[in-house]
Design a protein around this ligand. Structure first.
Ligand code: DAH
Length: 340
């Protein structure tokens, strides 16, 4: 007896349509088209038919088999696409999401301070002159009017590289190099750079630090030009309301020599911890270039005059930002560096 082929077909197709997972496909195939599947059973049923019914029924079963095979192929394809769509939806790359931020670097606090100093002097027409960090004893001291026996050598504790060769203790030797290169022309330069001193490292002193030197040589340069230049710089660097104070001082390479202070920008001169309750902060040393130094640089002191100044870089940055220990500048601790 042949089973009802049309209900067999409806059942088979409706079950096939419900398959979502690729794992269920072989299960369906075994149940319907496999060796012990429903259709094979139907074929077996053909044996019970009369000889005249058998060919027609056989044809119908074979046709159904063909249809189910085709439906299976189609479903297999559809399920594959379903799986692909699901995996795309699940693990999708959303290109509209914001990216993960990269941690960017930035300029060191010393570099930023140096750049600001360069910019202010640049606006006043000063060029930058670079001089070497390894210097001769002669240029670092002798030509700056500090002969070997001079007690002023005690002002700079020196790293000696070799006999007669030092790590520069200040940027002042650059004055000699610059004058020797450009004489007999007027000069207006700053000389920024690293200096070294054989000193104990403490919260207030490092054995390497930056200075910015200044040098102006001309035919009618006076102390007034020096004061005006320092005033302009201080106001631009530390605020328009700053006041300057000049004190007589001594440096072997300038005569007369002064030290320049400004009123403390933290307490506006009232007195605080930063200015040690004096109300004043040191800007730098300065003076009129000593005739001996002019001569050593190739300028006739009867014809030329000039001023010079020298200032620290880390110290003002420390004051400005309330940094209590100069050692942070070189310790490369990102927690410190990222604050600026
Ligand atoms: N070279 C000096 C120092 O390191 C600073 C200085 C003072 C530089 C007076 C100058 C100057 O050019 O005129 O202590």
């Amino acid at each position: 007896m042949l089973p009802n082929l049309s209900s067999l077909k409806t059942d088979a197709l409706s079950q096939l349509e419900q398959i979502q997972s690729p794992d269920d496909l072989p299960v369906w195939y075994r149940a319907w088209l496999g060796r012990k599947g429903h259709l094979t059973e139907a074929l077996r049923g053909l044996g019970g038919l009369s000889a005249e019914d058998r060919p027609k029924a056989g044809q119908q079963v074979n046709q159904l088999k063909e249809e189910l095979e085709q439906a299976f192929q189609a479903r297999q394809e559809a399920v594959k696409n379903l799986a692909l769509a699901a995996s795309l939806a699940g693990g999708a790359l959303d290109i509209t999401l914001p990216g993960r931020p990269l941690q960017g670097g930035h300029l060191h606090i010393t570099t930023r301070t140096l750049r600001k100093i360069r910019q202010i002097f640049g606006e006043m027409g000063f060029q930058v002159y670079e001089a070497p960090e390894v210097e001769t004893d002669e240029t670092n001291f002798g030509l700056l009017n500090i002969p070997p026996y001079h007690p002023a050598r005690d002002m700079w504790d020196t790293f000696w590289v070799d006999d007669g060769v030092v790590l520069r203790t200040h940027t002042s030797p650059g004055q000699i190099r610059c004058m020797r290169e450009y004489h007999p022309q007027p000069i207006r330069v700053i000389l920024p750079g690293k200096c070294y001193r054989y000193e104990a490292i403490t919260p207030r002193s490092e054995h390497q630090f930056f200075q910015v030197e200044g040098l102006a040589i001309g035919r009618n340069i006076t102390m007034t030009d020096l004061i005006g230049t320092m005033r302009e710089f201080t106001l631009k660097m530390y605020g328009e309301s700053r006041r300057l104070r000049l004190r007589g001082s001594y440096f072997p390479f300038t005569e007369p020599s002064i030290e320049i202070d400004m009123d403390c920008m933290i307490c506006q001169g009232k007195g605080c911890r930063v200015c040690k309750h004096t109300g004043w902060l040191e800007v730098g040393g300065a003076g009129m270039v000593h005739p001996v130094v002019l001569e050593n640089g190739g300028y006739d002191p009867g014809e030329w005059t000039g001023f010079a100044f020298g200032m620290g870089v880390e110290r003002p940055a420390m004051l400005h930002h309330g940094i209590e220990d100069i050692r942070y500048f070189y310790s490369n601790d990102l927690r410190f560096l990222h604050q600026f």
